[in-house]
Every structure is written in C-alpha cells, then in structure tokens.
Write a protein that binds this ligand. Sequence first.
Ligand code: BGC
Length: 634
Amino acid sequence: MRSSRRDFLAESLGMAGASLAPGALLGQAGEASAHVASARLLAQDERARQLTAALTLEEKVGQMAQVDQTYIRSLDDLQHYHLGAILSGGSSHPKAGNGFDAWTAHYDRYQSRATKTRPRIPILYGIDAVHGDAHVIGATVFPHNIGMGCTRNAALVEKEQRITAIEIRATGIQWAYAPCLAVPQDIRWGRTYEGFSESPEVVKELGAAAVRGLQGSGLGDPLGVLACAKHFAGDGGTAFGTGLPMSPVSGPAGLARSSLHHPLDQGDTRLDDAEFRRIHLQGYITAIAAGVGSIMPSYSGWNGVKCSASRTLLTEILKEEMGFKGFLISDYSAQKELPGNAKQQIETVINAGMDMVMIPDDYWNYTKLLAELVQERRVPIARIDDAVTRIFRVKLAMGLMEPGQSLSADPNLQKQFGSPEHRAIARQCVRESLVLLKNERSALPLKPGARIHVSGKNADDMGNQCGGWTVTWQGRSGEITTGGTTILQALRKMTGEANVTYSRDGAGAQGATVGIAIIGETPYAEMMGDRTSLPLAAEDLAVVQNLQQADIPVVAVLVSGRPLFVDDLLPQVDALVAAWLPGSEGDGVADVLSGKWKPSGKLSFTWPRAISTSLHLGDPGYETLFPFGSGLSY
Ligand code: BGC
C-alpha cells in the first residue's frame, strides 16, 4: 500500500525515497529541475493574472470557449464573442479542401481576424494530429501509437513527434490533441490503437517522450506545438457494456452516431483509487513532468462519475495534487452528455475545474450562459479568473502574445512537410514497430530472388494501412493521401516488378516461391471501432487458403489496430507478422520482410486466444496466445 499521495508521485517518477517538499514534485516554479517547462508556465503567472484582470466578463468567457470551425457563422464572431480557440475536429476541413495550401490559408484567415481588434488575443487552433499531421493530404503519416509502443524506443517516439510538430507548424496551427495516454485494458475498445500499451510503464515512458517531441525545447519553441495529453483519465479502463448508449446524438463534424453498439467507448472505469492510479494516472505524472501545457478530460467516467464533471479528478487530483499548471480543454461536446439543461451542464464542468470547453457549436449560447452563471454566483468569478489565467499562461509561454510576433504560417517550413527526410524517420518507426510472432520453414526473411505472390485487402491500400484519424475522422479505404508507398508498392520496389505478382484474393499464386497475405482490419476510429469479438474476416482466411493451393510457404502480415483472433490462422501459415497500422511508409514493412531490418518489435499488448471468455486483461477468463513482450527476430 502506498503511504501517501506524495509517495505515489515520487514512486511514479522513479524518485521513491526522495525527500520532497510538498508540491516540489510537479510544477512549482524553480523547485525541480526536471520540471523546467512547468516552471516556465508559472513564470508567466504574473503577466497572465494582469491580462486576465484587464478583461471584461464577456472577454473572459470568450477565452474559455473553443469552437469547431464548421460552426463559425461569420469570422466577425471571433471578435464579437472574443473566442479563445478554434478547432477542426474529425473531418472538419477548410472549405477549400484539405491540401496543405488550403490549411495554411484557412489558419491564417482565422488568426489574422482574431488579432485585428481589441483585446487582440491570438487564438489557439487545435487539431487531432495523433500519428503525424495526418489530417492534411500529403503529410508524413506515422504508425499509430500501438505500433510505436512495440518499438519501446522513446528516442524514436520523440523524433516522430518533433516531425509531427514541424509539419503542423508548417500549416500555422500550434496545438495537437496528442499524445493519447490511454492504457487500454480491453482490446475490443475501438480506440485501442491510440494507446501505446496496456502497460502503464510503457505509456509513462513513451507518453513523456511524445510530449517532449511535440513541445520541443519548451512551449516557446517556434518549431514545437502545444501538446494535449488525453483522455484524463481511465479512458482505456471502461467496463464492457458501460459504453456509449445508442442514442442518436451527433458526433464530431456532424456525423450521426449510428445505431451500432459501442460497448466500451465513453463507458465507466470501475476501479478503486489505488488501481486507478497504478494503471491510468502514471502517464499523466510523467507528461506533467515533461511540461505538457494542456490536458483533455475523458468522456468516460470513473466509478459512475463522468471525468468532465469530477471535481475530485480535475481539481483535487490533477491540479492540486499532481500540480498541473496548464489548462484543461474538454472533449468534443462532452458537457452535453451530462445530466441537466445546457446551463447546468456548463456549471458542472466549469466548477469541476474545466478551463476551456470544446463546445463545439452554439458558442453564442455557451458564452451567454457562462456569463449568467457568474452573475448569478453559481460559478465563482475566482474560478473564471483561474481558468483564464491558466489559458494565458500557456499562450504567453508559447510566445503568441509577444509584440511583433508573427502568427502566420511560416512559408520556410513548407518544404519540410511530407519531405523525404521526414518519411525516412517514419520508415524507421515502421521497421521497429513490426512484431514477428511466428517464423517456421525459414519463411522469412524473403530469399534474394524470391518470386512473391502478394495478396489481401490491405496489400495495396493506403487508407487501410493508415487507419482512423487519417485525412478524415474515421479514415477510409483507398487512396486517402499522397506520398509514401503501399506495402505492395514497397515490395515491388524492393524485389523488382518482375518478381512480384498480386491478386486481392490470393488466387493464381502458382509459380511463386512464397505467398504473402496482407490482411486484417479496415479503418475506424472512436465509437465505430468497438467490437464484441475480434475474429478474422472470412475474406482474409480465404486469401490464405487460396495461397495454400499453390503449395508454397505462406506469410501472413496483419494490418490492424489491435490483436485479432489468429488461432485458426496460425497452423495455416509459416510466418506471422503484426504490422499494426503502419501509416504512409510501406517501405518499412518491406524492409522487415526482406531482412534489411531484423525484426525488433515486442508486443505492447497481450495477445489473447480466441477461446477467451473475457477479453478484459487480468480477468480469469482471459487466455493468452502470445504474452506481452513477445517478438522474434531472424
Ligand atoms: C475525441 C478526441 C478528439 C476530439 C476532437 C473527440 O471526439 O474523443 O480524442 O481530440 O474529438 O476532435
């Protein structure tokens, strides 16, 4: 048992036994050298307070509002409502399209309007850059976090995120809703791939590396962006069956939530305090120590209380105990999922400790209701001042409010966007993320001069290998982005066109010396990816059976956001490689299959057997096929 909360923080940071003054662990200015970035935030405190004090109530509540650009009725509203932040959620692209130039022009239009008239406070513009700046066509798309977790390489994660930050900055935007610090405990959850690992140890190391990569040398780094650790907390711990109800409310960017069952997403995490902290808070401790400037509370709940409504979690644990000095941004319309009318919902989240609300639409109502709540003394003005001061601390630390500071997209960065140098790092990420789970009859590496028959729905599909949160919210199959290579294209490049044949269904492999089935999942993101079971599609098993007809060794490459049931597949293939969602650089997959890079990835999740009666980690009915940490090499 832990003797005190301070011991819990000290242990988490690997400083157990250290003698620490109260609050010295995280974020009290000048006290701990490990927390330079947090100290920088506090260094802005005096200026932030003065700025806050100079604002009217309307200006203050405007700073606490974030609106999805889709819902902005007129650019004049930026000034009229004094909006503090804009976002593009999910598939909310500029009207002119989602190429680089459209994004840059779009951002510049918003920022220049916001700073035109009093009080001339720059907006923050947020985006879901969760595996590269992947919503922009032509960006370098990295493996999703589940693959990066298998690299166990914090330095590589940091590099990945440096590149992501530069590509975001190239469009002018300066805020990424990343990293996701979920510690998924049930792989039926459709957001499993957004987490680095089921293990808090891996999440805490790689999550902090991601924050360092995104924010660079600190919030003032002109090549860095503001990071946003999410979703605080326990998003990956929800109990099966407690997920999002099937109500027909609307999701991000107006996509109607379907009547699909979402058994886990936005559900309830039922754990006692000690277990909750041991599993789900670790990543936040190291992210705060790394100076993360913003945190997004989760849609999900902890023991029946929604995180965004929990004063215990947001104020007592996160701000007071853990010493978080940045600001909290709510998840997309999260307040609207709480009980009560709109006014009561706003009252609940702000009093719980939320600093900015991702409304995302009726900002005219939100600002009016929040101001009324203050006038009616239902929300103390001190709470408003605290929220605005926190937002200003971050804006000041980012240098956004320095006189003469250029706020438009830096044209010099354009040449780095999707550049060969960036793609080379992404390729290295792919190489290191692949996990070799079976290799018999020396099926891999491919022999020099081998004639390869490639097959399967994920062999030649950029959208499928990138997964969700790529160009669109849910992602989609097909030619979704430009640059990079599909896995088939990469194999052709590597072995020469003449040595590669292809059929989607695996038929016609006769004459080849090896068959490769590239199978698995097709894109999904939050809500839409929840499943009750994880079998392979019949189409995928048929591909393998067709390849077997040619009487050649068969290699299966699984492109998926999580482990799938492979019990039936395993005896039918000579080799099995988990490639996760590798992103735009299919070359990295070819490097591993050819032996140019020896497989080095280790499972960041336990791989269950199909007969498991529960897929919740640690439950008695969970049966393991490949243990956590598995991974062969040549
Ligand atoms: C997701 C967040 C995301 C936000 C903005 C929400 O639906 O849960 O992860 O950052 O939308 O797009």
